[in-house]
Design a protein around this ligand. Structure first.
Ligand SMILES: Nc1ncnc2c1ncn2[C@@H]1O[C@H](COP(=O)(O)OP(=O)(O)OP(=O)(O)O)[C@@H](O)[C@H]1O
Ligand SMILES: Nc1ncnc2c1ncn2[C@@H]1O[C@H](COP(=O)(O)OP(=O)(O)OP(=O)(O)O)[C@@H](O)[C@H]1O
Ligand SMILES: [Mg+2]
Ligand SMILES: [Mg+2]
Lengths: 282, 282
């Protein structure tokens, strides 16, 4: 099983759009995917058509009220399950302040969950009693590096960093790499940056070309960097700006259900293939 | 003196771009402006050409280390002063957890500061000993509704809400209005939503037109809403998407220094005129 946190403290760079469309694209490659929404805005939850206020149990209950992960799982479509978010997550940081091991709550929940740890059958429909667990766990993070994002970093093996090729978005890269380093050293030695996905890419603008080049040369020369991110790559696939990607969430659909013939659908399909083929050196 | 928090928990909707370019536009209308950067990313600080790591005192010291506001003030250009941010602000929430009155620290600092409260001379240059104080305080907020944004809400009289006309950005509006209501009822009875500025506006897209109409009809019928936001307006000026606005921060310049003849410059000039002319009913 692979587990990937979609993280970047810069706001509005495409974290939710990437979490949802990557999760759905992988599920269409017949992978069983669990999407965990750790953002109190609950946008990934809405984007896959689940109402954050209608589910009895959410990511908040898993983190704060000691509920098992299985209690919060909702099937959104074939091969895709979601752990929905809840607005109360915005106070989780305060509620958990002072609780020892608060950064690793989600990791413990994943370890102790029969489905995530592989000892349980996951059925798509009543008749289909396949022997399987999740192939992928994808976690959508909020735009900060607080307790919720740290829980994601402690729980996964890989981080995927969506980056808008703008100056302000590039500026935060070093802070994020530092957080990955610190997480790898103190809370999760397995943690590695898988790669950077350029999102909201406006081909033809000088800014996108310049920032794209800056990021690529940074990682090409990163051989001397910290082990948690020196093997990271910039994905070949660039997610182009495409208004269909911004329209799809209002219908509670991924780009594949909403506009399967758009640039957005082909870009996220290609990114999913790249992610699925990517193997980090051990 | 007018004080305005630029707030929205949704990430990447144009808070920093609006804070900086509005502050500079007002300073060009010969208003004396103090821009306070409460976002740990320090993007507003960078955008006006101040290095967040080079100043001896920052917003973090004002909030956590009991420094007076005047100790952190840096003049960025004529008529514009900045209280720079610092990365440590990201832990301010944890550091201040449990401290009584932690939401009102910034308000107390503004009240006890001679310049902000009007009992002190503010000199643009050594020779120019004008009797004046700030005409405007503008506060850039991070993409969350935590302690930093609450400090801003407690300290100002008005909130300006930058909104990208996308579904995910519109979804968070009710949460932000609730936060303004609660702040007005519990920590700052003077607080009012001044208005919504549509940012990153892509004229010609159906999505922008639809979301723009939704927001306008929401506030047109808001007469029955809470007193803290029922008189809010949607500004006539729409800030159009314009790559120059995304290029300017990499030069540490506002849009007026970087590309004064661009759409971005005229949009922010027009927004500043509208803001300056706007008077909330008492
Ligand atoms: N490639 C794209 N083309 C056009 N619009 C996009 C694209 N990717 C994302 N968007 C839109 O841009 C906005 C920001 O994207 P998104 O919400 O996914 O970013 P985020 O990083 O998750 O934001 P936050 O920091 O608030 O969590 C959304 O309205 C989304 O619909
Ligand atoms: N009207 C515009 N046209 C083009 N680009 C813009 C415009 N407004 C902002 N941008 C760019 O879009 C990105 C997001 O804007 P900005 O950083 O101001 O949003 P924010 O709400 O402050 O983000 P955060 O939530 O991270 O604080 C930035 O890279 C900025 O340069
Ligand atoms: Mg998001
Ligand atoms: Mg900002």
């Amino acid at each position: 099983m692979r587990s990937i946190a979609i993280a970047n403290q810069k706001g509005g760079v495409g974290k939710t759009t990437t979490s949802v469309n990557l999760a759905v694209a992988l599920s269409r490659l017949q992978k069983k995917v669990c999407l965990i929404d750790l953002d109190p805005q609950a946008h990934a939850t809405l984007h896959v058509g689940v109402s954050p206020t209608s589910t009895p149990c959410s990511a908040y209950d898993v983190l704060v009220n000691d509920q098992p992960l299985a209690a919060a799982l909702v099937q959104a479509q074939e091969n895709l399950w979601v752990v929905p978010s809840h607005l109360d997550l915005s106070v989780a940081e305060m509620t958990l302040a002072g609780r020892p091991g608060r950064e690793s709550i989600l990791r413990e929940k994943l370890k102790s969950d029969p489905v995530c740890s592989g000892s349980h059958q996951l059925a798509n429909t009543q008749d289909d009693k396949e022997q399987s667990q999740f192939d992928y766990i994808i976690i959508d993070c909020p735009p900060s590096l607080g307790l919720l994002s740290l829980n994601a970093m402690a729980a996964v093996d890989e981080v995927l960093l969506p980056l808008q090729p703008h100056f302000l978005a590039l500026h935060g890269l070093s802070k994020l790499l530092e957080t990955i380093e610190l997480s790898a050293e103190h809370i999760n030695p397995r943690l590695r940056l898988l790669g950077v996905a350029l999102c909201l890419y406006e081909a033809g603008t000088r800014l996108a070309a310049e920032v794209g080049r800056d990021v690529e040369s940074f990682f090409a020369e990163a051989g001397k960097g910290h082990p948690s991110w020196k093997d990271a790559r910039v994905f070949e696939t660039k997610i182009r700006r495409n208004i269909r990607l911004a329209e799809a969430p209002s219908f509670g659909q991924s780009i594949f259900e909403y506009a399967n013939d758009s640039n957005g659908a082909s870009d996220y399909h290609n990114l999913a293939s790249e992610v699925d083929a990517a193997v980090l050196p051990l």
